[in-house]
Design a binder for this molecule. Sequence first.
Ligand SMILES: [Mn+2]
Length: 216
Amino acid sequence: MQALAKAGATPIAVPPGVDGSCTRQVLEQVDGLFLPGGVDPHPRWFGEEVHPKTTIDEELDALELQAITCAVSMGMPILGVCRGSQILNVALGGSLIQHLEPGTINHYRPDLPLSTEVHEVRLADDSRLAKLSGTQLLRVNSLHHQAISRPAPALRVVAQSEDGLAEAVEALDPARWMIGVQYHPEELLNHEAHSSLFDDFVSACSEFASKRRGTA
Ligand SMILES: [Mn+2]
């Protein structure tokens, strides 16, 4: 909420438990959809059984899946962080790794403050994320035990860690502002490469708002 406000937005939180028609009504009043971090999406959405280490909130899934479908149909900008990136991928038909076994990098570091840059990610040079970050190499924090496995058909992986994990996705269609990041840029706002993600999202939201007003 603070990161969005700092970038010039007026964030409004929508708690789980509201019904579908209400989700659309809320989205008609706002200019962008931000999907925050949280527990794991139910694996039934990508055709798997629940892994013992997976933690689920079905009401949150229902709210976010509905909100994503609705925002995509409106052409509204979408930014997802951590779980937000994962649920975006799942909503659009992708799959997740339900539990990361310790690899060359330990991505799940609850012991470290989120201001700690744990590993590096390399961005695709033709990506929106690389353009707005002004760099192709980002130092990021890491607090995730799941990750994107198969990207959804409408998304492409635009950032990878040194051990080959997907750390960001964005819309294949360059006209669409839709980005999901696995790390937590909201905790790294003193780095311009990370604060610019929120700035660019809020700019895209206000562009979307003007376009919507123009065609209303
Ligand atoms: Mn990571």
